[in-house]
Design a protein around this ligand. Structure first.
Ligand code: SAH
Ligand code: SF4
Ligand code: F3S
Length: 513
């Protein structure tokens, strides 16, 4: 099959809500392949978001998965992990059983991330490996979903180079999984369904949660910030918030099921509520309402410094189940770099915000994200990032070398910083990050902390692992019955990134958070 025939014979099922079919091939083919387009995604409109509560599995698909197993490999952020929980929920409703090996599966999905080039390369590598499984088992369905499938260059590459893939669907098409699977079983061609439409909010999707103690809860989808380096506003669509009553009822339900911690999710949670015009209700209001629910810990991620308002700070200062840890990505300490990143705050604004937060919550722990080696970043600009890191006293950071993303404004910028220099900057930054992390942990030595026990430690099943309210990892010896519980642990040893301790029965001891 030549390239043109292949492109034309790819089937796209379901409506393509906001794009016109330029040439009508439908006489010849069942439907027409329309690649996802960053250009379209950029033309962000003011269309009304609609809320749907009517998700249901069509009668004809009900037993599709009986006798079949699914396997989903997830890349990327917690948002993606949570999408995997939703897709797992849909698979289970279709009668599929989960499996934890690709070899054993009848359907394999790669839920992908597009944030940096190496994230994408991992997926292409994996697609190469999985070809072998497809050859051994021609009935196996192999699919690609998640953020990479929203990029037109990726879809074209898969069509050209990875023709053993059976289905590709986008982040706005998750609820259509039953239909997409059905098409893939019926068709010999690759099924591609990627809407560049901004997406609606669909409320009653099933979820099969991966963990029993911590639960993810979306509060909003998408991002409208368009930081110049970032692909997310294109892959996840425009900002759209869930209605407060839906979030509150989900959290109540999780509390009733025995969950101990909720992580509220959004790419930019501080913009929560802005898009709901009939409602003057923002993240501070939501946190204030959630505070009253009987669940020990509530966190959120990720906050953008720009929309972090005083009311939110005031509410977080009430503590209770609102933990004293805030992840606040700063990206750079240089005003020039922040400007070309279009972060829309300065170093001074950021420091002011930190001062306000610290005044209201003196024991707050702050963590951040940083990008080094932005196009043309000078040594002085990089040093401003180092000095800001120390000035704020961040206790943890995710650090990255800038990775150009096709279609973003930064990808067009010329760059005179050699990769070796970028790598060196990352190392120097990481040395500071390690140093401050250790410093933040040191005072815990000999203290008793409250730990939410997640399970056995990855390295040693005799050791349990969990996190404090400030998200510090603690490894300790204790009974398996402690898993899923909040327990007190006396810290015996402090390392750069974690602490070791012994579980204690505490009577009248002061417990640190
Ligand atoms: N919505 C979040 C960020 C999500 S992406 C926020 O704004 O805070 C997580 C992190 O990946 C970002 O904070 C940024 O530090 C990093 N990142 C995003 N795009 C990147 C790129 N093109 N190259 C390198 N790092 C990037
Ligand atoms: Fe990307 Fe910026 Fe949106 Fe975060 S706020 S997802 S970095 S565009
Ligand atoms: Fe990656 Fe998409 Fe998350 S690009 S970081 S999986 S929103």
């Amino acid at each position: 099959m030549n390239e043109e025939q292949r492109l034309q014979s790819v089937q796209v099922k379901g409506p393509e809500p906001d794009r016109k079919v330029e040439k009508d091939y439908s006489k010849y083919f069942q439907s027409v392949y329309m690649p996802p387009s960053l250009k379209d995604a950029k033309k962000r409109g003011k269309e009304q978001v609609s809320y749907h509560k009517d998700f249901s599995i069509d009668e004809e698909f009900r037993n599709m998965g009986v006798g079949r197993k699914f396997y989903i490999r997830t890349y990327g952020c917690q948002m993606n992990e949570h999408d995997t929980e939703v897709m797992a929920g849909i698979f289970m409703e279709l009668g599929y059983k989960p499996t934890d090996t690709a070899q054993d599966a009848d359907v394999i999905l790669l839920n992908t991330c597009a944030i940096r080039e190496n994230a994408e390369n991992k997926v292409f590598g994996e697609l190469g490996h999985l070809k072998q499984l497809k050859t051994e088992n021609p009935d196996l369905l192999l699919g690609v979903c998640g953020c990479m499938s929203q990029e037109e260059s990726v879809v074209s590459k898969i069509l050209k180079t990875y023709s053993h893939v059976d289905l590709i669907f986008g982040t706005h098409n998750i609820h259509r999984l039953p239909n997409i699977l059905h098409e893939a079983y019926m068709s010999k061609e690759m099924v591609v369904e990627v809407w560049s439409k901004e997406g609606d909010v669909i409320e009653n999707l099933p979820k099969s949660r991966l963990r029993k103690t911590k639960a993810w809860v979306n509060i909003m989808y998408g991002c409208d910030k368009f930081c110049t380096y970032c692909i997310v506003p294109y892959t996840r669509g425009k900002e759209r918030s869930r209605r407060p009553e839906d979030i509150i009822s989900e959290v109540r339900h999780l509390a009733a099921q025995g969950y101990k911690e909720i992580m509220l999710l959004g790419q930019n949670v501080n913009a929560y509520g802005k898009d709901i015009e009939d409602l003057n209700y923002r993240l501070g209001d939501l946190m204030d309402d959630l505070r009253h629910i009987d669940i020990p810990r509530i966190r959120f991620t990720t906050s953008h410094p720009r929309d972090f308002d005083d009311h939110l700070i005031e509410v977080l200062a009430k503590k209770g189940n609102l933990v004293e840890h805030i992840h606040l990505p700063v990206q750079s300490g240089s005003n020039d770099i922040l400007k070309i990143m279009a972060r829309k705050y300065t170093r001074e604004h950021f420091l002011e915000l930190v001062a306000k937060i610290r005044a209201a919550i003196p024991d707050v722990s702050l963590s951040t994200d940083i990008i080094v080696g932005y196009p043309n970043e000078t040594e002085e600009q990089f040093e401003e990032t180092l000095s800001l890191y120390r000035e704020v006293g961040f206790e943890m950071a995710y650090t990255y070398i800038y990775s150009p993303r096709e279609g973003t404004p930064a990808a067009k910028m010329k760059d005179n910083v050699p990769l070796e220099v970028k790598k060196d900057r990352l190392q120097r930054l990481n040395a500071v990050v390690n140093e401050l992390s250790f410093e933040a942990l040191k005072p815990y030595e000999g203290q008793v902390v409250e730990v939410l026990v997640e399970g056995e430690s990855k390295r040693n099943p005799d050791v349990l692992a969990g996190y404090t309210r400030k998200n510090k990892l603690v490894n300790f010896r204790g009974p398996k019955s402690a898993i899923g519980q909040l327990v007190n642990v006396q810290i015996t040893e402090v390392k750069s990134w974690s602490m070791n301790g012994e579980m204690v029965e505490v009577v009248n001891l002061e417990v640190k958070v």
